[in-house]
Design a binder for this molecule. Structure first.
Ligand SMILES: NC(=O)c1ccc[n+]([C@@H]2O[C@H](COP(=O)([O-])OP(=O)(O)OC[C@H]3O[C@@H](n4cnc5c(N)ncnc54)[C@H](OP(=O)(O)O)[C@@H]3O)[C@@H](O)[C@H]2O)c1
Length: 334
């Protein structure tokens, strides 16, 4: 697979042009996969050419939030030098709350980050994390404090780079001034474009965008239709607004647009959805990190890095996206 450099200067790192989102193997897309199956999938991803893997210290079930990091650790221990591992700190399930689903608590105090990094290193069976993200902004901890801890962790060699997920411009600028940020990991897809106003700041600072949920949780692949049902306990899609029958109808024009572009490029709908962001005229680079449990789809998504959409094609899609009706999408206010 093609490579991309994310970040700039001392914060730069090389990754595969499409990264792999590991979350769905253990969290949010059905009951967690069997461990052996998960390890096989991750090693197959490396064979296909993925070098950039995304996990977090809370990608599991509320009772076992560390499951995904453990899986990633076991899968890559023998091939650690072939992969770049990104993980995240700063949110956890509040299992003491007495309410389910357990609420999420933000905590990025220096003490908590220190505990998190040690735990992640252990579970990931490694002595360094390639890219360490703050998962969500903690309203009670200033960005300068978090960035200061990141600078110390980089000096200590425990992490090599850092990033922030779902970050706004003010927080990013303040954090980046203390310790250069490699990437922001924000929700971004044809259905979730709320962070586009952040792009000029990312370009100015030389910070890349790692795009999570780039397929709008799978919808943009065109593989979903009316009448689909999802496991209410383990599959968040059962409550995602874009998967209701009503939403399916509302999104038809969007899905038709993606499909028509795919036909023109002899590609699949998922590939066009990824190529649309990878081919943008955006200097520090956008790296999507789709997740799948299926090897064929891993190949398909990786091959999206070969598709060339021209500037005019991307602009025409953008203009269409501004106009066509769309349902709500998980995680984005509309
Ligand atoms: N920073 C954050 O706060 C945050 C939040 C959410 C996610 N993330 C990261 O981003 C990664 C990706 O996000 P995501 O998993 O939410 O959304 P996504 O990649 O947009 O969608 C994943 C869904 O799409 C399906 N899919 C993937 N490739 C496909 C293809 N080629 N054709 C048809 N269906 C396909 C998968 O189903 P199958 O398994 O059935 O193929 C899965 O249900 C996660 O794994 C995680 O690492 C980060």
């Amino acid at each position: 697979m093609k490579k991309r450099v994310i970040g700039t200067g001392s914060a730069a790192m090389e990754v595969s042009a499409v990264g792999f989102g590991c979350m769905g193997l253990s969290h949010a897309y059905g009951a967690p996969t069997d461990e052996k199956e998960g390890i096989d999938r991750l090693r197959e991803a490396v064979e296909i050419g993925y070098t950039f893997f995304d996990t977090a210290e809370m990608y599991g079930t509320p009772d076992d939030p560390y499951m995904n990091e453990r899986l990633v650790g076991k899968a890559f221990e023998p091939i650690r030098d072939k992969v770049k591992i990104a993980t995240k700190f700063g949110i956890r399930f509040d299992t003491s709350s007495g309410t389910t689903p357990y609420p999420i608590v933000m905590n990025s105090t220096p003490e908590r980050i220190r505990e998190s990094v040690e735990g992640s290193l252990k579970r990931l069976r490694t002595d360094h994390i390639d890219l360490y993200y703050q998962h969500r902004i903690d309203p009670n901890t200033e960005p300068e404090v978090v960035a200061g801890v990141m600078a110390d962790l980089i000096k200590e060699g425990k992490i090599l780079h850092w990033g922030i997920s779902q970050v706004d411009e003010d927080y990013l600028r303040r954090a980046h001034a203390v310790c250069p940020v490699t990437a922001v990991e924000n929700r971004y897809s044809m259905m979730a474009r709320a962070y586009e106003p952040l792009f000029p700041a990312l370009e100015e600072l030389g910070v890349s965008l790692v795009a999570f949920s780039p397929l709008a949780n799978g919808l943009l692949s065109g593989k979903y239709g009316k009448g689909m049902t999802f496991d209410k306990k383990y599959d968040y899609r059962s409550a995602m607004p874009q998967f209701t029958d009503e939403a399916m109808e509302k999104n038809q024009q969007l899905l038709d647009l993606v499909h028509k572009t795919a036909e023109e490029h002899n590609a699949t709908d998922a590939q066009i959805s990824l190529a649309w962001m990878m081919c943008r005229n955006f200097k520090p680079g956008i790296v999507p990190i789709p997740g799948t449990r299926k090897v064929e789809r891993m190949r398909e998504n990786a091959a999206a890095s070969e598709i060339e959409l021209s500037f005019d094609e991307v602009s025409a899609i953008d203009a269409a996206l501004d106009e066509i009706p769309m349902s709500g999408v998980f995680g984005e206010k509309r």
